[in-house]
Design a protein around this ligand. Sequence first.
Ligand code: HMG
Ligand code: MG
Length: 318
Amino acid sequence: MMSHSQPRESLVETTLPKTVRVVEVGPRDGLQNEPEPVSTPHKLLFIQKLAEAGLKHIEASSFVSPKWVPQLGDAEEIFANLPQQAGVAYSALVPNMKGFERAVASGVRHIAVFTAASETFVQHNMNMSIGASLENFKPIIAAALQENISVRGYISTCFVCPYEGEISRQAVLDVTTRLVELGVEELSVGDTVGAAAPVDVYELVGVLMSCVGLDQLSLHFHDTYGTALANVLAGLEMGVTTFDASAGGLGGCPYAPGASGNLATEDLVYMLGRMGIETGVDLDKLAEASYFIQRTLGRPLPGKGLQRILATKAKAAN
Ligand code: HMG
Ligand code: MG
């Protein structure tokens, strides 16, 4: 049977990065958006399968208010029972000091704070202004760094906001600069609506390079218009080596109406493998993880690569 995970030697020499780090956000960004909550044991098995596929950074849950995101109300139970896979970092979103304290009590070693480049989006997502969100994160970031807990910072709506429309490069640069000043170690630049095209990526990464190293930057694409992989290529051309993705293309954002799922991890891993760029992820095992969560949810996931792999397997089994 055809293996889907075979990296291919490229005959064309490029200056693109040779390896890419994939941050798997499916258990968080994906499952936070499901209308029916997934049970804790199913989430844990999903995470275990993702780790077995070779993903080294998995965002496992969020310590946000369960009133706002009930789907992830079991973050404590998740972190108490995570599979201990060597070399795998599990992270969680933290919105405020209460969330940070819950995360620390659960033994979390990698937190992610989150804000946006659009005032209205932060208001909807966090019930506060951008300035207030940054003030709120200041003591959290300081305490995390003190305790050797790594801090990622998400910036949503870096291209287009569902409420305000086009977002200026300057607005993204301002928030990025503040987060870097506060000590955030890795910035994830989000296309929450999934509206960006490669030219936006060239421009924005070019602007952000004035205040953040390429090795500190991750790109987080949603695939609403099918531009996510093209945007990854633009990011690679700019020298970015970390990309967020979600298994099977799970996801969306409750505060970005109409936005579809994240870039599917299978599509990302397939394209990079085909280009001879190492990710360390086994595509067949990854598809098993996505198939598991697809069956749990009882509907086909949007990831194109996943559906192709499943169809090939189903045909071979007949
Ligand atoms: P609020 O309602 O203004 O806060 O929410 P509050 O302080 O008034 O608290 C309200 C209630 O929630 C209180 O309970 C608090 O104790 C409780 P009550 O007194 O009514 O019983 N509470 C908490 N409980 C547990 N853990 C906590 C916590 N905080 C408060 N941490 C808040 C403000 C920020 C908490 C809320 O708006 C929130 O949790 N927002 C999170 C929304 C969210 O998770 N959005 C999705 C993630 S971001 C995303 O997906 C984008 C990303 O993928 C990148 C991209 O694609 O752009 C990252
Ligand atoms: Mg997202």
